[in-house]
Design a protein around this ligand. Structure first.
Ligand code: HEC
Length: 252
């Protein structure tokens, strides 16, 4: 006599009610990722997803869960999904963008290297899990000092050595006492060298050695480049990079 109840119970069970990753994508992510607006990678844009896969699957999951600073990508994409659900949605988005088997294999290889620092991944242009002097060319302070941080004498920096170098250089930078006005001038000068930053929309504030960057830049990458440009300036104790990308507010 219990039998007729079974289908009803199944309907009420959370499993039966749960939306599929495709449905969750449609309701929570597609508003940005289907048209590819606000700087979001468009689902179906194979080249763009292959580029983003370079840092491995884990980075994509983590960026989705934690959000991407200075962009419209909020933690969990702003949706009320669990981390497990959101990972499945990311898998769906990747599959729907049809990356090549080679790109997927490369991503898995990078995961196996166990690298997770976003800046390291950004600088690792040839994707070998190590930062060479050439890859660090945009950072004269670090590339000049490479030997000092290359503790295993391999000629380049692995992630551990890179993080150590960042920590040491940051400490040395903060140990120097420099007037706010001097820091302010140095920061403005460095930012003026970053192509694409418009001081009409982006501003600098320095107080007690803390530098706040705020305002709007036209592209999310510019916010990162602004941070790179100022991070070795002596006397800076802390950098609070609040620049947001203009594409976030529809400036494409
Ligand atoms: C309000 C717009 C918006 C919504 C909604 C949104 N995203 Fe995003 N997403 C972005 C933007 C913008 C980026 C690119 C940021 C950047 O790298 O500059 C991004 C990037 C990503 C990336 C690539 C991350 C990387 O490491 O390159 C993934 C994966 C992603 N989103 C997943 C999701 C998922 C899953 C959802 C829904 C649960 C979602 N997004 C909802 C705007 C959005």
């Amino acid at each position: 006599m219990m039998r007729p109840l079974l289908p009803v119970l199944m309907l009420l069970s959370p499993l039966a009610l749960a939306a599929t990753p495709a449905q969750q994508y449609s309701s929570s992510c597609a508003s940005c990722h289907l048209p590819g607006i606000h700087g979001a990678p468009r689902v179906g844009d194979t080249a763009e997803w292959e580029r983003r896969l370079r840092g491995g699957f884990r980075l994509l999951y983590r960026n989705t869960i934690e959000g991407i600073p200075n962009t419209a990508m909020l933690p969990l994409g702003g949706a009320s999904l669990s981390e497990t659900e959101v990972r499945a949605v990311v898998d769906y988005m990747i599959a729907a963008s049809a990356p090549s088997a080679a790109a997927l294999k490369e991503a898995a290889r990078y995961d196996r290297l166990g690298i997770s620092n976003r800046d390291f991944i950004r600088f690792d242009i040839n994707h070998d899990g190590r930062l060479s002097r050439g890859e660090l060319a945009g950072d004269p302070a670090l590339s000049r000092d490479l030997a000092r941080f290359d503790t295993d004498r391999s000629g380049n920096l692995d992630e551990r050595e890179y993080l150590q170098a960042e920590a040491v250089l940051e400490k040395e930078r903060a140990a120097v006492r420099v007037e706010d006005a001097v820091i302010d001038a140095a920061v403005r000068k460095a930012l003026a060298g970053v192509r694409g930053i418009d001081f009409q929309y982006a501003g600098v504030e320095v107080r007690d050695g803390t530098v706040v960057l705020k305002g709007i830049v036209s592209h999310a990458l510019l916010a990162l480049q602004a941070g790179d440009a100022i991070k070795r300036i002596s006397g800076i104790r802390r950098i609070d990079n609040r620049l947001v990308s203009g594409d976030q507010i529809g400036w494409d």
